[in-house]
Ligand binder design. Structure first.
Ligand SMILES: Cc1cc2nc3c(=O)[nH]c(=O)nc-3n(C[C@H](O)[C@H](O)[C@H](O)COP(=O)(O)O)c2cc1C
Length: 242
């Protein structure tokens, strides 16, 4: 299995230590990206990625190689410390550069492990935010390790190991999980937006060229009958509402 590690901490300390402990439970090929080394400029808010296409981002040469690596891996491990009750600016800046993935989700076969460390607070909220972001990208299943490291000399490994082992089992199983109702709702928000008369051209092309426009969800992910019907209903409602 091929794992991509994205470290959103500017240093290799608490968050990286937890990532390393988690990785000690996995087997396969690992590639590490330390966002601090990539020196991605701040998102300038041009919205080119959303409106024209990701290749029109002024920072595409820094961002797209990372996105390509996500495409190539089986699973991604995303780490961030809690900074002022949120993700690090390094990770947020990367997430901002991938905002177009909300409109054009594409990582439906990927699994993810989120690692968040904090001195004392905010870890669950921040892990949930990264989880939510990854699901908007289309990621099929997200595991979370959210830990307090403040005042601790040694790492409490049992919870890390347990979650990492479940993550590994899932990645190696190749099984894709039924999406949550919320994932189906968001899929249809963007699908319906792509068929509007005044839709964003990059979105329209993506939904048409991938064939997703004719699907209730990404075809690799099987939906049961209730979720299929729910998806169709959501699409028709959003088409009427937008
Ligand atoms: C700029 C900054 C802001 C932080 N904000 C918080 C915070 O809001 N809540 C908290 O409990 N810890 C906070 N911390 C502590 C870190 O989240 C914690 O030490 C974390 O484990 C550091 O991870 P790292 O070693 O990977 O950088 C902050 C640390 C820094 C440097």
């Amino acid at each position: 299995m091929k794992y991509l590690i994205i470290n959103g901490s500017p240093r290799r300390k608490n968050t990286y230590d937890v990532i390393k402990q988690a990785v000690s439970n996995l087997e396969g090929d690992f590639e590490e990206i330390h966002l601090i080394e990539k020196q991605i400029p701040m998102c300038v808010g041009c919205t080119n990625c959303i409106m024209i296409g990701e290749d029109s981002c002024p920072h595409r040469d820094k961002v797209q190689p990372i996105v390509e690596k996500i495409k190539e891996c089986d699973a991604v491990i995303v780490g961030s410390p809690v900074y002022a009750m949120n993700v690090s600016s390094l990770l947020k800046n990367f997430i901002d550069h991938t905002a177009y993935l909300y409109h054009r989700p594409q990582f439906f076969t990927k699994k993810a492990l989120v690692v968040v460390t904090t001195a004392g607070a905010g870890h669950k909220k921040v892990a949930n935010y990264i989880d939510e972001t990854l699901r908007h990208w289309g990621v099929n299943k997200v595991y979370k390790i959210a830990m307090t490291c403040g005042g601790k000399e040694t790492l409490e490994t049992s919870q890390i190991d347990k979650t990492a082992k479940n993550f590994r089992k899932d990645v190696e199983s190749d099984k894709l999980h039924n999406p949550k109702f919320a994932d189906i709702i968001f899929f249809n928000v963007w699908k319906a937006m792509a068929v509007l008369d005044n839709s964003i051209e990059a979105d329209r092309k993506f939904w048409k060229n991938t064939g997703l426009i004719n699907q209730d969800f990404s075809p690799e992910v099987k939906l049961n009958l209730i979720k299929k019907l729910f998806s169709k209903l959501m699409f028709n409602i959003f088409k009427l509402v937008f």
